[in-house]
Design a protein around this ligand. Structure first.
Ligand code: IPM
Ligand code: MN
Length: 372
């Protein structure tokens, strides 16, 4: 298969983790005889520095003419600490999602067997957790009218949803549940918000078309608690934009590190793949950022194009690296300095030698693969 992939590394640790995902994709291309091309473009704070625009036209154009987008991360502390900044890196990402119509953000959350002891939560609570979060991505409070009064003392953000916006992601969530454990949990705040009551109504109606899927409702405050108390009760979580943002960061604690959580953002025409973590500015250039979320996002990219064996191989490589402790410090207490790029090299090596059962895996992570 031929794929033109736009690579938007962004800010902070974005470039270093995205490099590892590209390594994995290149290895897959050579192993399976695909032809993947990669073109880079700026987005976020780096694009503001260069062009005074967090999403330059050329970047948007590249995305629109590519088959898929691999996104790193955006954000910079100089904007976080300046509430009056008119131009912000995040605007680049939000505009990209909106312009490309990426209305569904899918975030898988899994408790890896080999990492059960890395989570601050108890093993018996998280063991076996396997959740797919369907977060609406182009509506709600993120995109409603924003207002700041003349005197700067009163502000508002409108949370707006239309039936159509709810319907399209709801169908995707139910279809996903049909191929999983057959349960959808709608997370909302229908006891308070009118927009949530619309979600309940529309989702309840659509559920009639999916008799094989069980539908459950949870208020978001309760859902936040249930996520920690008993995450295994969830299969597919369906929710609006901001609740999905918050609940997915919370859910990342189950896997032991936010550095493991990948995501796919899809719409009618375009698809973008991005880790859920931010730009982690303190770690920039230190080689300590976990590239797994970005690498798993690349696996989701492959799945999107129905390259299932290829995606599976990346997932297998990731599991092997976790099992062998070839991991960055967020999930590795051995102080053995496995850097971001070492993890990437291991994954690459594994993909290039998938059938070699005699591989000396303990040497391979040093980038000096030894076949014995
Ligand atoms: C995410 C991020 C973004 C969001 C930020 C960077 C705008 O937190 O992808 O979860 O809030 O959607
Ligand atoms: Mn977030």
């Amino acid at each position: 298969m031929k794929l033109n992939i736009a690579v938007l590394p962004g800010d902070g640790i974005g470039p270093e983790v995205t490099d590892q995902a590209v390594k994995a994709l290149k290895a897959i291309a050579s192993e399976f005889n695909h032809s993947f091309t990669f073109k880079k473009a700026d987005v976020g704070a780096i694009a503001i520095d260069k062009y005074n625009n967090p999403l330059p036209d050329e970047t948007l154009e590249l995305c629109k003419t590519s088959d898929a987008i691999l996104f790193g991360s955006i954000g910079h502390p100089k904007y976080d600490n300046d509430p009056s900044a008119k131009i912000r890196p995040e605007q680049g990402l939000l505009k990209l999602r909106k312009e490309l119509g990426l209305f569904a953000n899918i975030r898988p959350v899994k408790a890896y067997e080999t990492l059960l002891d890395k989570s601050p939560l108890k093993e018996h609570i998280i063991k076996g957790t396997d959740i797919s979060i369907y977060r609406e991505l182009t509506g709600g409070i993120y995109f409603g009218d924003k207002h700041l009064s003349e005197n700067g003392n009163v502000a508002s953000d409108l949370c707006l949803y239309s039936r159509e916006e709810i319907e399209r992601i709801t169908h995707l969530a139910f279809q996903a549940a049909q191929n999983r454990k057959g349960k959808v949990t709608l997370v909302d705040k229908a006891n308070v918000l009118e927009s949530s009551r619309l979600w309940r109504k529309v989702v309840g109606e659509i559920a009639q078309q999916y008799q094989d899927v069980e539908l459950d409702f949870l208020f978001v405050d309760n859902a936040a608690m249930q996520m920690i108390l008993n995450p295994k009760q969830f299969d597919v979580i369906l929710t609006e934009n901001m609740f999905g943002d918050i609940i997915s960061d919370e859910a990342s604690v189950i896997g032991g590190s936010i550095g493991l959580l990948a995501s796919a953002s899809v719409g009618e025409t375009y698809a973008m793949f991005e880790p859920i973590h931010g730009s982690y500015p303190q770690a920039t250039g230190k080689g300590i950022a976990n590239p797994i979320a970005s690498i798993l996002s690349a696996a989701m990219l492959l799945e999107h194009f129905e390259l299932f064996l290829e995606a599976q191989l990346i997932n297998k490589a990731v599991e092997k690296s976790l099992k062998l402790g070839i991991s960055t410090p967020d999930i590795n207490d051995n102080h053995d300095n496995v850097t971001t790029s070492k993890v990437g090299e291991f994954i690459e090596d594994f993909i290039n030698n998938p059938n070699d059962s005699n591989m000396n895996f303990t040497n391979i992570h040093l980038g000096q693969s030894t076949i014995i």
